[in-house]
Structures are given as structure tokens and as C-alpha cells.
Design a protein around this ligand. Sequence first.
Ligand SMILES: Nc1ncnc2c1ncn2[C@@H]1O[C@H](COP(=O)(O)OP(=O)(O)OP(=O)(O)O)[C@@H](O)[C@H]1O
Length: 302
Amino acid sequence: MAVLRTEGLTKQFGGLTAVDDVDFELAGGELCSLIGPNGAGKTTFFDLLTGALDPTAGTVEVAVREDTDGERADGGSATGGSVGWIDITDAPPHATAQQGLHRSYQVTNVFPTSTVLENVRIAAQAHGDDSFRAWRNVNGFESYLAEARQVLERVGLGGKADAPAETLSHGEKRQLEVGIALAGDPEVLLLDEPNAGVSSESVDDIIALIEDVATDHAVLLVEHNMDIVMNVSDRIVVLNRGEVIADGPPDAVRDDPAVQEAYLGGYEPGDVGDDTDAEDPGDATEEGDAATDDPAGGGEPG
Ligand SMILES: Nc1ncnc2c1ncn2[C@@H]1O[C@H](COP(=O)(O)OP(=O)(O)OP(=O)(O)O)[C@@H](O)[C@H]1O
């Protein structure tokens, strides 16, 4: 059953169509990766899903969430049979988060001088305070702290709870960002390059973390490291110049001639192990940056 869908999603920046008429569905429990060359539109697509950008055309919808007792999470009445859809096309990020869509940011999104625990507690409380789930609201500060501790254990930062966030390594910061997203109690987790800046020795840890969060969330992953993508994905969607050029299981996508030409260019497992020299994550959204990139990327992923 789908938890997120887009229809005809399009974003133009002046004369450039960054995301071009994308129909996409993410199933509950699915781990789907979104790949493509620099400038393909991956970040823009994420921004459209979370409400950081408004589309030029098309819609973004999330499935109505149900609480554990089967009640509608928003207290409203479902439309269209057993599954209802909520249109979040023009909703701002805090509203899409309320509807269960959370993103871990490629650009570090933590309070640097606050402790690791505080960062996650604040995220849990920010969600809880405006959550539809009444039990969260009555339990108060201690319950948010307890929830934050659980999240830290889950992302492998249990031993770093009292450390200021700014003292974490690159890899640990990525773990913290995933923790902050998890603390929002997401239905759908958008992971934006969780491996960016992480040393090659930590790739296995990132794979383990992604696989773990995917056990109880639908995950949409943007990641340039093809070893990670091929390892963890149930399904891969390939964007090129804003258009979906392939959508299917990893083996089929890897062998697709159009994907090989546009992006993978003879990728073999192990080719892309170290992402430490990844481009500045902020660059891609700057005016005109990747617009002039060769979408074929010279055959090199990322
Ligand atoms: N705010 C903006 N104004 C103008 N053009 C933009 C803007 N944001 C993105 N673009 C352009 O839209 C296209 C898609 O960019 P986007 O950052 O979504 O690609 P991407 O697939 O995420 O690339 P990367 O892998 O390098 O992060 C690029 O040509 C980019 O230059």
C-alpha cells in the first residue's frame, strides 16, 4: 500500500525544468533509492516532497496515517474507501512533517553546542507538542528524554548522549541527523546522502543504519555511493534531467542501457567506496550551479 505519491510533479527554475512530470509512489515498508547524475533533480524532488519548494505543477500526497488503535491520526474522515490521501503539495515543511514526512539533511542540521541527547530531545518534543497523538502530550519532558535516549541507542550514539554535537565525527553527525529525523516519528523517512563526508571505513555502519531504519519506515534514499545503493535498495528510481528514466529492482536498473549511459557508466561493485571528497552538499541548490553539468556526468556516479 502506497504511503506517498506524486502526480505530474514538475519544478521549473526559469527556463530549466529541474523535475519534469514525475509520477512516483512509495510503498509502506519500501526502501527506494533515487539516483542520477549531478543536477538530475534529486534534491529538488526532495524539496518538493517536504514543502521546501512549491512545484510549478503536479501534486504530492501522503496516505492518511492510522494510530495503533486504528483511529485516524488527524481525527478526520477518510475519503476514497479504506485509504485516504492528504494533499501536501503546497504545505510548508513543518506541516509535511506533521503528516509523517521527515528528512535527514545532507547539510548538517544540528544545534552544535547542545548535547547529542538535547538535539534529539528537542526534535522529539517539537513533534510531540503538535502531535495528534494525545498520549505524547500528557507525558511531558521526561518521556521526550526517554524517547531521545531510545533513538540514540538505535542510531548507535548511546555512548555520546552527553557530548556537544559539534564534537562528533562526520559519520556520527550523519547518525545524529538520522536520529533527529527518527525522533519526529516519521512514516516516511527521506535520507539525503547519509554517507556524505563519511570515511570509507564507516560505509558498513551507514548501510547497517539504513537497513535498520527501513525495518519500520518507508525510506526514500538519495545517495551517490553505488555500493550502498545496490546493497540496501528494494527498488531504484533513476532521474536524468528531471525525468524518470528507470524504475525497478537494483539488478534490472544496473543493467539498463539507458541508466548505464546516463549515470552508471560501467559501475562495478566496489567502484565507489569513499565519498569523503563529495562535493559541497550546499552547491547543488545554488542558482545555476549544476545547470550546465553534463547529465551523463562523464560516466561517473556523482
Ligand atoms: N534554486 C535554484 N535556482 C535555479 N536552478 C536551480 C535551483 N535549484 C536547483 N537548480 C537546478 O536544478 C537542477 C537540478 O538540481 P538538483 O540540485 O535538484 O540536482 P541533484 O540531482 O540533487 O544534483 P546533485 O547530485 O549534484 O546534488 C540543476 O540544473 C540545478 O542547477
